[in-house]
Write a protein that binds this ligand. Structure first.
Ligand code: IFM
Length: 444
């Protein structure tokens, strides 16, 4: 048995578009995900987030579920198109929802951890170029400014951006997320503006608001390994690491982009003048913590036909329902690397969890032994890392609920609480009961 000390935070996480529903309630305008989900073939079975878990209307009941789990914190995100449904037009009714949610959480002793951007860019912003346009910095500044004006002081911590790699590279390079473009130049511009928007937002909170609310960014990181013991696979692994991890870690913690990746990307991008020299000082601004979403390792092999010479290789590891390797040992290696190469900041695991095909039994139980083991293994890994002095200060299970899993629609269930999407009834899975016991005992 290993212990978590009293400073360690346990929580669960969701994001606005994945759980809220209420797509046209109280003046919300469409986000890029509403638009993308409308395009035939983009999302599994044509699913969308119009209703999702109806959290927008059921938030009071949902807060009771969080309370029953015994966790101290709830991580959620704000839907930008509720706050600014049109450029420059503030919508107080949208803000009211978050005020009510925060009040309800606080009344139940649950700390709100709030993400400003978890991928639901207003469609009006995309119509003008989205994150590819440098104007996104102005739009995001105005949005963050209004949110801070109304909510800072009420929330426990702020997260500026969630997983810039997904928003930029899945959205603008691979085309599998909204807005569904396939253009590396756009992806690099989007990634850059997202990173600058992060730094600018930290400065806004600390300098203009003189706020002491902790603030940080969340990256999705994966440790990569080469499939073969040969030079080609080593190169491929290095490129995978650069594309996924270093392109984001280096500017945040070292104040520059990795030169090997600039060289590699210059195959598709010939003009890097969208990167202004002074941007690095903004991107690398000092934060209070570093958020990591961890799901899996990647096994990599060389492929001369792929954009950046790498591909996923066959791996014989046990897999989650997403086909992702279950890899808690590699998670530990990732954290040790971050400590040696990048940062001393407290690390918060802002997401970790697994999707499996669950079955709701007649008696209302959901036996999800694989998810339970996944969570247990990662919690044990964290406790062991902390014994080594790695200073991980919190853990948020992804996700509180089964929800809209982006291009996979409702096909993939990540929740520790099962949602029957026909009735909107919620059921604790066995993993939720297990997690509650860990949280209460503070040991794993
Ligand atoms: O559901 C997503 C979440 O929105 C961002 N991180 C990964 C999760 C699982 O794919």
């Amino acid at each position: 048995m290993k212990n978590f000390d009293s400073t360690f935070t346990f929580g669960t996480a969701t994001s606005s578009y994945q759980v809220e529903g209420g797509a046209s309630q109280d003046g919300r305008s469409p986000s890029i995900w509403d638009t993308f989900a409308d395009v035939p073939g983009k999302v599994y079975q044509g699913d969308n987030g119009a209703i999702a878990c109806d959290h927008y209307n059921l938030y009071k009941e949902d807060v009771q579920i969080i309370k029953e789990l015994g966790v101290e914190s709830y991580r959620f995100s704000i839907a930008w198109p509720r706050i600014f449904p049109e450029e420059g037009v503030y919508n107080e009714a949208g803000m009211q929802f978050y005020k009510k949610l925060i009040n309800e959480l606080k009344a139940n002793n649950i700390k709100p951890v709030v993400t400003l951007y978890h991928w639901d860019l207003p469609q009006w912003a995309q119509d003008q170029g989205g994150w590819v346009s440098r104007k996104s910095l102005i739009w995001f500044h105005d949005y963050a400014n209004k949110v801070f004006e109304e909510l800072d002081g009420l929330v426990d911590s702020w997260i500026t951006q969630n997983e810039p790699w997904c928003a930029a590279f899945l959205g603008y390079h691979q085309g599998v997320h909204a807005p569904g473009h396939r253009n590396m130049e756009e992806a690099l511009k989007a990634a850059h503006h997202i990173l600058v928007s992060h730094g600018q937002t930290v400065k806004l909170l600390k300098e203009t608001y003189q706020s002491s609310t902790p603030i940080g960014i969340t990256l999705n990181l994966a440790p990569f390994y080469s499939a073969g013991n040969n030079y080609n696979d080593e190169i491929a692994k290095n490129n995978a690491d650069g594309y996924t991890n270093r392109w984001f870690l280096d500017p945040i913690f070292k104040g520059s982009y990795p030169v090997d990746m600039i060289n590699l990307f210059s195959k598709y991008v010939h003009d890097f003048s969208f990167i202004h020299k002074e941007d690095f000082e903004t991107i690398s601004v000092e934060c209070d913590f570093f958020g990591i979403n961890y799901y899996s390792r990647g096994l990599i092999e060389f492929n001369s036909a792929s954009d950046f010479l790498f591909d996923s290789a066959y791996s014989d590891y046990p897999k989650t329902g997403m086909g992702w390797d279950v890899s808690p040992k590699e998670f530990q290696e990732l954290i040790r690397r971050l400590r040696t190469e990048y940062t001393d900041l407290p690390i918060i695991i802002t997401e970790n969890g697994a999707s499996y095909p669950d079955q709701l039994m007649e008696d209302g139980t959901i036996p999800d032994a694989e998810r339970t083991k996944y969570i247990k293994d990662h919690l044990q890994a964290i406790a062991a890392l902390n014994e080594e002095g790695m200073h991980i200060s919190g853990y948020f299970v992804w996700s509180l609920f089964d929800n809209f899993e982006w291009a996979f629609g409702y096909d993939k269930r990540f929740g520790i609480v099962y949602v029957d999407f026909e009735t909107q009834k919620r059921f604790f899975k066995d993993s939720a009961k297990y997690y509650r016991n860990v949280v209460l005992a503070r040991e794993v």
